[in-house]
Design a protein around this ligand. Structure first.
Ligand code: NAD
Length: 477
């Protein structure tokens, strides 16, 4: 049994003042595997004070110094990828391969931030002005459970590159991963107060961070509903916000696509991270006259997906993270049937031979874009196949959503795919299954969020812009 009793403030592991204990589960078995003592608003205040004290010195550190720290942080997390991956499987239910990818991504994010920082110029000249980019202040970093370690590391790496000190509020459901990451970060030897980690509930610790006057910026990844509440709560102190929220991403299979490769690719994009992914391509759009073939191929592709057996190299889908998430997915499957969609494969209940919070990977056909399963983020392996008559209509359906995080286009004609991509309302468009690019901006249009992470755009989200006039020589008076 894991017992996690400490948080991290001002360079030290300390016992929280909060005294609530929260159970941790193995989602594959639904068994309790440990417990974590949660921080409360008092702890959050202490953490903010520590970050506030550390800010003046840290914000003036040199680029070279920050790159050196980022390099140490990378090494410290990299040294723990095996433990981190194992914890991600145990506590979150990720298949081992996916868990290892996530752990490596967490470590790599420090190097990616260092690379961005190395090439970035904090000062530029614009007409007669000298324009400098300055650290925004103390940042609150709030993460969800579906890739907790990766979000902690990527947000922290960017904040450090910018010269900001931080208070991190990880998901309370990911405390084992957080503990391993915290040990690694501690080992890197940053000055006390530069980063502080307070695991607690959203409505206590998160709420304090959203209103505390010493927090200048909130970088949040999570649901759209909570994102909106953070905007409201932070308005009084005019915090800068970066919000990475939900999605209902479309996958447009164009009529020239080879269905034999397109459909498995679309299914893969939908089942990303067991379907618990903000970027999951959950609405598959196909030409009306190719529906039958698509349904057949989708059924085959899903039947071939390995669910469970998380240690197997080809395991692709794990359980949902919690009982609540399991029930949420069940209710959407029920809703799909009630609203008249055709169940192609999957359905309610557990897959054969699996318990815990496993759900059946499910595909619906004959879905229309007004159905609940096409409009709301399910956050599980449940896909909808919709049809279109013309490319114009495909684009219209794709954009007919409150979300706009990511979109996928599959076509044998790159120019055509690019033309379609240019008309999609999404922060990222993936053509023909292109791999992740950690230096390119990531974030949402519409209710999928505000702002961007990664690369230069991500860095600038932790910076304020200052124009100084009269500072430069050779400017005509
Ligand atoms: P959530 O919004 O419930 O929680 C996210 C975090 O916010 C948690 O740490 C939680 O404790 C905290 N929180 C809750 N209430 C809060 C409050 N009032 N003030 C401040 N913080 C609060 O999300 P979740 O269930 O943990 O994660 C799933 C959601 O995250 C999905 O909607 C998914 O699309 C989204 N997500 C988005 C991205 C992205 O990059 N766009 C990536 C992953 C997940």
């Amino acid at each position: 049994m894991h017992s996690i009793e400490q948080i991290y403030i001002d360079g030290q592991f300390v016992q929280p003042q909060g005294d609530e204990w929260f159970d941790l589960y193995n989602p594959a078995t639904a068994e309790v595997i440990g417990r974590v003592r949660l921080a409360d608003a008092r702890d959050a205040k202490d953490a903010v004070r520590a970050a506030h004290r550390a800010f003046p010195a840290f914000s003036r550190t040199s680029k070279a110094q920050r790159i050196a720290w980022l390099t140490k942080l990378h090494a410290a997390v990299l040294a723990r990828v095996d433990r981190l991956a194992a914890a991600t499987t145990e506590e979150y239910g990720a298949p081992a391969n996916r868990a290892m990818w996530g752990a490596r991504y967490a470590a790599e994010s420090f190097l990616t931030a260092a690379q961005t920082l190395e090439a970035y110029s904090f000062t530029r000249r614009i007409a007669s002005a000298e324009v400098t980019m300055e650290p925004v202040g103390v940042a609150a970093l709030i993460t969800p459970w579906n890739a907790n370690a990766g979000f902690i590391c990527n947000k922290l790496a960017t904040a450090i590159a910018a010269g900001c000190t931080v208070v991190i509020k990880p998901s309370e459901m990911s405390a084992i991963q957080t503990q391993i990451v915290t040990e690694a970060l501690h080992e890197a030897g940053l000055p006390p107060g530069v980063f502080n980690i307070v695991t607690g509930r959203g409505d206590t610790v998160g709420a304090e961070l959203s209103t505390n006057p010493h927090i200048a910026k909130v970088s949040f990844t999570g649901s759209t509903a909570v994102g909106k509440s953070i905007v409201r709560a932070s308005a009084d102190t005019m915090k800068r916000v970066t919000l990475e929220l939900g999605g209902k991403s479309p996958t447009l299979i164009l009529d020239d696509a080879d269905l034999d490769t397109a459909v498995p690719l679309a299914v893969k994009a939908g089942f990303e991270n067991s379907g618990q992914a903000c970027i999951a391509g959950t609405r598959i759009l196909v030409p009306e006259n190719r529906l039958q073939d698509t349904v057949r191929l989708a059924k085959d592709a899903v039947a071939a997906v390995k669910v469970g057996h998380l240690q197997d190299a080809d395991s692709a889908i794990g359980p949902m993270v919690s009982q609540r998430q399991y029930e949420r997915v069940q209710s959407y499957i029920r809703r799909g049937v009630e609203e008249g969609a055709t169940l192609v494969i999957g359905g309610e209940g557990h897959p054969d031979g699996l318990g815990g919070y496993y759900v059946k990977p499910t595909v619906f056909a004959n879905v229309t874009n007004d159905m609940t399963i096409a409009r709301e983020e399910i956050f599980g392996p449940v896909l909808s196949i919709l049809t279109y008559r013309t490319e114009e209509e495909a684009i219209e359906i794709a954009n007919d959503t409150v979300y706009g995080l990511q979109a996928y286009v599959i076509s044998s004609d790159l120019e055509r795919a690019r033309a379609v991509a240019s008309r999609l309302e999404a922060g990222r468009v993936i053509i023909n299954g292109a791999p992740h690019e950690p230096l390119a901006p990531f974030g949402g249009f519409k209710q999928s969020g505000i702002g961007r992470e990664y690369g230069v755009f991500g860095l600038e989200a932790f910076l304020e812009t200052k124009a100084v006039l009269g500072a430069l020589e050779n400017v005509p008076q």
